[in-house]
Design a protein. Sequence first.
Length: 230
Amino acid sequence: MNTQNGNAFLYILIAVILFGVLTFTLSKSGNQDDSIDELDTGRVSIAANEILAYATSSSNSITQMQASSITNDKLDFMLPSDTDFNNDTALRPNMYKVFHPAGGGLNYKTLPKQAIEDDGSAPDPGYYIGRFNSVEWTPSVTPDILFVAYELTKTVCESLNTKLVGDSTIPAVTGETSENLFIDDQLHSGTNADFNISNCAVCEEKPALCISVSHGIDDKYIFYSILEAE
């Protein structure tokens, strides 16, 4: 009888221990999931901050060039990958090149890996800076200088808007392709178009915002910043 009572007690003790182990495992798993979520959120925020910081660096480089009496219409956004990048010619002198050490000295960067959502078609994800169209709500029809982070993840796009306007909502741009509105047509097969209020009413008077543009399959998420409103 004592042996049976002892065995019963042992079984109960084992059951309690196993239940405790199971509870601990589930609790630990939940904490790990929370940690992973927090880590992902942190990485998204860091990626968004990197994009905003690079937009600021780009603006600063242009301001420095303007201080050297280089007007906006002379700014050259030739990329370091261009074969003529180091050719200092009368038509395209190095001092006018935003990315050249003799000009704006802006270091060309790639998008943070955490920020990229590549749809596999051209143009590639990345940063694009240029002066090729006019934004309707700027002072004149003179082309403005746009900074663009192209093909972002939705979460990074939401994070950018939260930081910029306090709302993660992503406005939709319609009526034109993303390339025609936000990338110099020397870099793609389309034709640049002005960025009008009819394309995005919510964007009006917003100097920087992350937006979505549908291209028939899903949305491309694009951050723009008006570096020079003319």
